[in-house]
Structure formats: C-alpha cells, structure tokens
Design a protein around this ligand. Structure first.
Ligand code: GLY
Length: 368
C-alpha cells in the first residue's frame, strides 16, 4: 500500500492506494467508525460489484452497512438527490463526529461530499473512489458539488474528506471506455508539471488501461501525489496553482455542453480532446512547438481516446463552442482564463486569450 499525505493546514488526511482496501474497509477506517450502523452512499452498479465485499468487512468488525443506493449517472448530482440524501442522513441520526462513506465514482463522491459539507454545518466523510477518474482526481482535494439548471458543478463547497481509500481492485470491474476516460486525467499530471511522467505514460499508458497492476499502482500514486502537492498549496483555487488541474477542461466543457453532457462524449474523453486542443492552440500562438502538440495528440490517440475534433462530426461552428465557454464557472470579470502549454510538463495560465482567435482556431479544427 502507498500512503500519500494531503497536507491541508489544520485538516491533513491520507490517501491510501493499494489492493484489498475495500475488503479491509473496517480495518482501514478503524476508530473513525464510532457506531454499529455505517451510512454508505453508492450507486446501483458499484453496489452490485462491491456491496457484498464492503458488508462482509464491516460485519466482521461488528458493524452494519446502511445503504443509500442511487441510480448511476450524472443526473444524481441534483438538488432532489441532495435533499433526499440529507434527509436520509438526518433520519439515520448522523452526528457531526460520525463519518459518512462515499463508495463510487465522481458523481457519488461529489454528491456525498456536499451532503456531508452541509449536514449539521459539516460532518466527516470518507472517499472510497472506484473509478480511475475518481481515484486520480475527484476524490482528492475536497471539491464537492451538484449540478444546477445553469450548468455542471455550479452549487457546491470545498469540504475535505477525512480519508481516501483508493482500492486498485475496483478498477478491475470498470468498463474499458470508462477506464480510458479516467486515464486522460492521469496524462494531465504529466502535461501540467512532470515531463518525465508524460514519458512514462507514453511507455506504459496502454498497460494501465489493459490492467497491469504495477502500472496502475504507479499511475494512481504519481497522479495523487501531484494532486496532493497542488491542493496543499492552493486549496481554494485562489493563487492560480490549483487552476492548472483544469488543463483541457475549458475546451472539454464546451464539447460536453455541445454533446448534451451525454454518453456521446464522457467527461474524461472531453478532457482528453480538450488537452489536445489546448496543445494545438498553444502551438498556433507560438507558445508550444507544433511537434510537441502532435506528440501529445499521438499519445492520446494511441490509447483510444479522441484526439481529433473533426472526428466528432459536430453539427456546429467554432462560435457555438466559444459561446459554451462563456458559461464556464472560471469566467472572471468578463474574461476567461485559458490553460496553455509552453512545453510538455509546463502549463501556464493565460488571461489574455482573444476569443475571436479561439473561434477561428476551432473552425479550422472542426473542418479537420
Ligand atoms: N478537478 C480539479 C480540481 O480538483 O481542482
């Protein structure tokens, strides 16, 4: 097991990465489980795959799992599910010193974390991320949220978990497409600050996706260590450091909005293509060498992720995509900061990008 500390001032916690952590859930949580009944929020698919393992571990230590099992998918990050989840926790008589468990991917972690943030002005929660995306990104760092009619993740809070248990065994039950989509966030850590890790991704990315245990352990641990460093420096995204974690997300968000946040383009796939577009746009402005942009695109394509905007066959123009960007929650005083690349491992925040130029660039990319 690898243990990565997240040194948030006053609220430090550990991310533990390894095999068999869910089977040893009670042991891993230890005294954090103060009562017989242990409240766990999950979704139908994760419950089917891991519910019995979790129940057995808790039962062996004298606990009873009490479940709130939600439908899978983004629709669960809603006001109505938040309301119902908070009411359920109140009915379970959860106290502030108790720990609520979030077993699942990003949707479950975000919803449960937000419920924990507002219940009795803040209860503890433990992240048990089961998707690659949640293990390397969303379970660490305390961003919690639900979606609003006006957009994704617009209502939420920073609320750090008390512990994160990233069980690598859970990746074995993920659909291949979801695994590849999560891998985009792994590549992101190489691109934002670690050229050596990007080299490693080029050599081992396919093995991570195919199921090589050592490669998975290295990918998750390196990603979490990078995220932990950034979050410890800039928990609330105020200095610009944490904003680096949004590489590819502005272009990606526009693509997700245009495809209706649907299965046509998963979040991680949109981030993958978004990072390629950020690289190509950086090359267009002269910041990045064209060769490096194509090297990034080549790696993304080599693991089966989308690397060509024209291949999506969207029925829209560049202006439609930039209009989606204007609804991005990173908009600041009428301007949209963009993350661009100076080199592989060197991402920078640019506040002076002309949206007209982005529109012209996207028109070219849409045409192929
Ligand atoms: N997923 C971006 C962040 O946690 O800041």
């Amino acid at each position: 097991m690898t243990i990565i500390p997240v040194d948030i001032a006053g609220r430090p916690y550990e991310v533990r990465i390894g095999s068999g952590l869910l089977a040893d859930l009670a042991g891993q949580c230890g005294k954090r489980l103060r009562k017989t009944r242990v409240p766990i929020v999950t979704d139908v698919n994760v419950h089917a795959a891991w519910g019995a393992v979790v129940e057995a571990s808790l039962a062996a230590a004298g606990h009873v799992a009490v479940w709130r099992v939600l439908p899978p998918g983004e629709a669960s990050k809603s006001w109505s599910e938040l309301w119902a989840t908070v009411d359920w926790l109140l009915a379970e008589e959860i106290e502030r010193g108790d720990h609520i468990l979030a077993l699942g991917g990003g949707v479950i972690g975000d919803l449960t974390g937000f419920a924990a943030a507002i219940l009795k002005r803040g209860c503890h929660f433990i992240q048990l991320p089961t998707s690659l995306l949640a293990q390397v990104d969303s379970s660490v760092g305390g961003k919690t949220a639900i979606n609003a009619a006006a957009g994704k993740n617009l209502v939420g809070a920073f609320h750090q978990p008390a512990l994160v248990l990233a069980d690598l065994d859970a990746l074995g039950t993920l659909p291949a497409r979801e695994l590849a989509a999560g891998y985009a966030e792994v590549v992101k850590y190489g691109l934002i600050g670690d050229a050596g890790f990007f080299d490693w991704c080029e050599r081992h990315g396919s093995a991570v996706i195919a199921g090589d245990e050592q490669a998975r352990a290295h990918a998750v641990a390196t990603s979490v260590a990078a995220k932990a460093r950034i979050v410890a420096e800039d928990e609330r995204e105020t200095t610009g450091r944490r904003a680096l974690l949004n590489l590819g997300h502005t272009f990606g968000h526009a693509l997700e909005a245009e495809t209706g946040f649907s299965d046509r383009l998963l979040h991680g796939e949109a981030v993958a293509l978004g990072m390629v577009l950020a690289a190509r746009y950086s090359a267009r402005t002269g910041l990045l060498r064209g060769q490096e942009a194509e090297r990034i695109a080549g790696h993304i394509a080599s693991v089966g992720l989308p690397a060509k905007l024209s291949a999506l066959a969207l029925d829209c123009d560049g202006a439609t995509l930039t209009a989606h960007m204007l609804h991005d929650k990173k908009m600041d005083a009428g301007t949209l900061p963009f993350l661009l690349m100076r080199g592989i491992g060197e991402t920078v925040l640019a506040r002076d990008v002309a949206l007209d130029d982005v529109t012209a660039f996207l028109d070219n990319e849409l045409a192929g």
